[in-house]
Design a protein around this ligand. Structure first.
Ligand SMILES: [Zn+2]
Length: 260
């Protein structure tokens, strides 16, 4: 039938499967809430690893640094080491014990509630709860709570309107930095030839020193190695001054290069 139509009127032939893929990608790109995205991934049987979940929870907490004392910051550092296998479960549990202690030392009233009249206290409590989620043995199970708690803390602490929108978009961007776009039309295949000693050294340095301002240098090195994948190059070159959030440990491009 289609052969009889003049060529300019021929509809683009899209298989049902392809059509479904495009629909999923569109839905994925439109999300503005991290927890909805996590549920969506789960429904599509796309697994966020425990390491990714922990790194995401930690980066949600890291933006609350001003609310945290040294013990809480140290606990987050242990969680980060644990995510990469550089601390053991005993270290994690000890960090969690300390984080719980910090939380329980907040001034609760006789009913065990925090004084909700105090915005700063509420923000701190939510931040500490989020840290405790990041320190759980199963980060994946508690990721949703870590996101909600840290968003609430952020809204209380930094947003005069106490709106969660800004906090929300921040956690969405963090999630996108870590999982990338699992529904991309062309799945990204990393060519072994791009993994030159230069590329590896730069990526390793960025990861270890959290020197994400060097991402454009990584893009140049990748290009020198022959990488022409626009998704990868554009991701490295996204403008950190205008973009709502930077790269974090767990960034999908760095992970791809380092094979994490
Ligand atoms: Zn990134």
């Amino acid at each position: 039938m289609a052969e009889n139509l003049p060529s300019q009127e021929q509809p683009e032939e899209i298989s049902l499967e392809e059509d479904e893929k495009r629909r999923l990608e569109q839905e994925w790109l439109n999300f503005s809430e991290a927890n909805k995205m996590l549920r969506f991934l789960e429904n599509q049987e796309i697994v966020v690893s425990d390491r990714q979940a922990r790194l995401l929870a930690i980066s949600c907490c890291n933006r609350l640094n001003d609310l945290l004392d040294d013990r809480s910051k140290k606990a987050l550092e242990v969680a980060e080491l644990y995510a990469d296998g550089n601390a053991n479960i005993e270290d994690l549990n000890e960090a969690r014990r300390i984080a719980r202690e910090v939380l329980s030392n907040l001034p609760f009233d006789e009913n065990g509630s925090i004084d909700l009249g105090s915005i700063e206290l509420t923000a701190t409590q939510q931040a500490l709860e989020a840290i405790n989620c990041s320190l759980d043995a199963s980060a994946r199970l508690f990721l949703g709570s870590a996101i909600i708690r840290s968003n609430t803390a952020f809204a209380y602490a930094y947003d005069k309107n106490q709106s969660k929108d800004k906090a929300n978009s921040y956690s969405v961007n963090l999630l996108r930095d870590i999982v990338g776009n699992p529904f991309a039309k062309e799945p990204i295949v990393f060519d072994e030839n791009w993994r030159t000693s230069d590329v590896l050294a730069i990526a390793k340095g960025i990861y270890e020193e959290k020197a994400f301002e060097r991402m454009p240098i990584l893009a140049d090195a990748l290009q020198d190695a022959g990488c022409d994948n626009e998704e990868i190059l554009n991701h490295c070159r996204k403008d950190l001054n205008t973009s709502e959030c930077s790269h974090v440990r767990g960034c999908w491009v760095i992970d791809l290069i380092l094979g994490k």
